[in-house]
Ligand binder design. Sequence first.
Ligand code: ADP
Length: 172
Amino acid sequence: MSKKTYSPAKQRAVYPGSFDPITSGHVDIIQRGLKIFDKILVAVLENPKKKPLFTTKERMSMIQDYFVDQGNIEVKAFDGLLVEFVKNNNANIVIRGLRAISDFEYEFQMALMNRKLDPEIETLFMMPNLRYSFLSSKLVKEIFMLGGGLKDLVPEQVEKKLKEKFKKSAHA
Ligand code: ADP
C-alpha cells in the first residue's frame, strides 16, 4: 500500500495569550501549529487588568527574539475581542493549548463564546509534550522568585529578562 502524504490546506492561524512570559509550553504549541499551518500569528493580549509582570512590548520582543530566524511567525499585540482581531487579520482559526482537564472548562467556554460571536472562526486545541503539561507562565515566575532554575522551561533569553526585571525592581 502506498504511503499517503498528508497535505492539509495550509493557512494562517492565530495563537492568542498573555505570554507573560513565553514558556517552552507555548513554544511547543507554536511548533506543533506550524505542522498544520503555514503561518502562526502570535497575538499578545494587552489586558492591563491581569497586571502582567512584563509590558506588552517586552512580552512581544521575547517571542520575536526566540523566533527571529523564522519568517512564518508573526507577533502582534491585541486588546478587545479576539474574534475581531482574528477577522481583521484575515484568519479564521484560533489555536489554544490544552494542558490538563483543569484547562478544559475555561477553554470550552471561551471557544463556544467565540463561536457565538463569529461562527466562521474555529478554535483548534493542541496538546503539548507531556513534559510541558504542568508548565505555566505563573509557575515559571514563582519558581524564579523562589530561586529555582528554569532550564528547559523557558527560552534562555526569557530567563535573562526575568533576572534583569527582578534586579531592576530590587533597586526600585
Ligand atoms: P492565558 O491566555 O490564560 O493568559 P497563556 O497566555 O499562558 O494563558 O496561554 C495562552 C495559551 O497557551 C492558552 O491556550 C494556554 O492553555 C496555552 N498554554 C500555556 N502554557 C502551556 C503549556 N505549558 N502547554 C500547552 N499549552 C499552554
